[in-house]
Each structure stands twice: as structure tokens, then as C-alpha cells.
Write a protein that binds this ligand. Structure first.
Ligand code: AMP
Length: 281
């Protein structure tokens, strides 16, 4: 019976907050997958997890202008809502697709006083000024509107997951579930931004990903970790002709710089032809 009801899932598209409220009112076990669209297998893996864990699954697509520190980046962010709807419908795992407009999210109060603490101004928070303030703001607003039991987030954006988890901790009942990073055969983490890479760019991203996986494995046996990271970063920059913003080993518990591989991840942000990509291993 359970199987049959899942099989019959018909995705309802919700375009405003009134319909959202009406659609979700009867349910108290809702899994939420917030996205910015350009749906790929990474997003689908979060949806599948939600579908397995919660009675109802809602996906949102909202490209939040407030989290872009660069107007051009916002304008160029890949969108294809028709294609997204088709893909999401086909999964038969999405109960509701919420596509709000700017006013649905920000109508009542555009201002926010969210500030990232100095200790958290590391990794992307150091280089993308205002980005996480925008992310936390929109996540607070979306969570208020959807009122989910669980929110599913990718470890690919680990710092985002980390900050959102801390931010929402005392604000709502939802638990934040971290989900594993989905990669393609070339070991590149799936990302909407990959759509902007040409063949050469894809080759470079693949080389970097494969070699960082190996590098992390070997790092366990090395002593001067900070020095090794610097040398490796310079090597990639020179060999691939790319710019690396940071390459750092940090604890997954508190994101502090780490000197041991155990319990840590290697965080990287880099530019290929002006396209900014992030990953962690
Ligand atoms: P985005 O649409 O890029 O804002 O991502 C929406 C959600 O999907 C975030 O929680 C991301 O961390 C997650 N996500 C993006 N790419 C991947 C991936 N390759 N594997 C797993 N989750 C991902």
C-alpha cells in the first residue's frame, strides 16, 4: 500500500505563499530540499533521501539575489525552469514544488540584521562578502514558510550546511540532514555552475578533483601539512593555469584549521575561466 501511494505521487506546483500554506497545512512530516534550480543528480539524491525519510517532500527553486555578492554572477546563474519541472516530475518523488517570487520571500521585510561572526569569516565567507548573510536570511525565511521536519542539504557546500545548522538551531524545530556529495565519472562534484565549463574546463576540474582525492589520502603520512598544501596549490595553479582561492584542511566539527587528516576535510575554491567552483574531500 505504501509502495502504491508513493508510485502515484503527482507533483503539485505551488507559485505563492497562500497555496503553500494550504497545501502543507495537513502534514507534519515534511522533508524540504531548498535549491536554486538547474536540477541535477546531486539535487535528486537529496530528494530521494527526503522521500525515503519523510511522508511528504517539498522542493523549492529560488535563485536568491541577496546571496550573490556579484551582480554578473547572479545574472549568469543558469536557470531552466521548464526543464527542471520535467526532471522533478519524472522522479515521482516530489510531492510539492515551490517556486516563489521575490515578493513571496521578502515582501514584509526586506532588511535583515544577520551578521557572520568574525570567527566564521573563513573559506567562502572570507572571499564572498555578504554571501552567507544572504543565504542565512533566505533559509530562515524559507524555513518559516515551509515549516519542515527535516531539511536536506549537500555536503558539497559544507560551510553552507555548517552555518545554516548553527543559525537554525534555536529558531525552528527542523533538523538539518547532511547528504553525501554526488560526483560524475570524472570525479567532478555535480554543480549547476559546471554548465558554464567548456571541454577544456571540464578536463581541468576533473584533474584537480582526482588529484585532490589522492593528495588527501597521502597527506595522512606527511608532517608539514600547511607547507604541503601551499606547494600543492602552487603546482595546480601553474600546471592547470587556474586560480585557487583557498586550499585548506579543516575540522568537520568546527571548521577550524586542522593538522590531522582524521576528522578533517580538504576545502577548495577555484576559478576556471572566471567560473568559481567549490568542493571538499
Ligand atoms: P543549489 O541549487 O546549488 O543551491 O544546491 C541546493 C542543494 O543541493 C544544496 O544543499 C547543495 O549542497 C546540494 N547539492 C549541490 N550539488 C550537490 C552534489 N553534487 N551532491 C550533493 N548535493 C549537492
Amino acid at each position: 500500500m505504501f509502495y502504491l501511494s508513493k508510485f502515484l505521487i503527482q507533483m503539485k506546483i505551488i507559485l505563492n505563499n497562500n497555496s503553500l500554506y494550504k497545501a502543507l497545512r495537513p502534514f507534519n512530516d515534511v522533508g524540504f530540499v531548498p535549491t536554486m534550480g538547474s536540477i541535477h543528480e546531486g539535487h535528486i539524491s537529496l530528494i530521494e533521501r527526503s522521500n525515503r525519510t519523510c511522508k511528504k517532500t517539498i522542493v523549492s527553486i529560488f535563485v536568491n539575489p541577496k546571496q550573490f555578492n556579484n551582480k554578473k554572477d547572479f545574472k549568469n546563474y543558469p536557470t531552466n525552469i521548464k526543464k527542471d519541472i520535467k526532471i522533478l516530475k519524472k522522479t515521482k518523488k516530489v510531492d510539492f514544488l515551490y517556486i516563489p517570487k521575490f515578493k513571496d520571500i521578502y515582501n514584509n521585510n526586506k532588511k535583515s540584521n544577520i551578521k557572520i561572526a568574525n570567527k566564521d569569516k573563513i573559506l567562502c565567507a572570507k572571499y564572498r562578502k555578504g554571501h552567507f548573510e544572504g543565504v542565512l536570511d533566505v533559509m530562515g525565511r524559507l524555513t518559516n514558510l515551509v515549516n519542515p521536519k527535516k531539511i536536506f542539504m549537500g555536503k558539497k557546500d559544507y560551510q553552507q550546511y555548517f552555518l545554516i545548522k548553527n543559525y537554525l538551531k534555536n529558531k525552528c524545530k527542523a533538523s538539518i540532514i547532511p547528504c553525501k556529495t554526488i560526483r560524475n565519472k570524472s570525479k567532478i562534484a555535480l554543480s549547476s555552475r559546471n554548465n558554464h565549463l567548456d571541454l577544456n574546463g571540464i578536463k581541468k576540474a576533473s584533474f584537480l578533483s582526482k588529484n585532490l582525492i589522492k593528495f588527501k589520502r597521502n597527506l595522512a603520512n606527511r608532517k608539514k601539512i600547511k607547507q604541503n598544501l601551499k606547494i600543492q596549490m602552487k603546482y595546480f595553479e601553474k600546471f592547470l593555469k587556474i586560480k585557487i582561492e583557498y586550499l585548506e584542511l579543516r575540522s568537520i566539527k568546527n571548521l577550524k584549521i586542522s593538522n590531522t587528516v582524521k576528522g578533517s576535510r580538504l576545502f577548495v575554491a577555484y576559478y576556471i575561466d572566471n567560473i568559481r567552483l567549490i568542493d571538499n574531500f
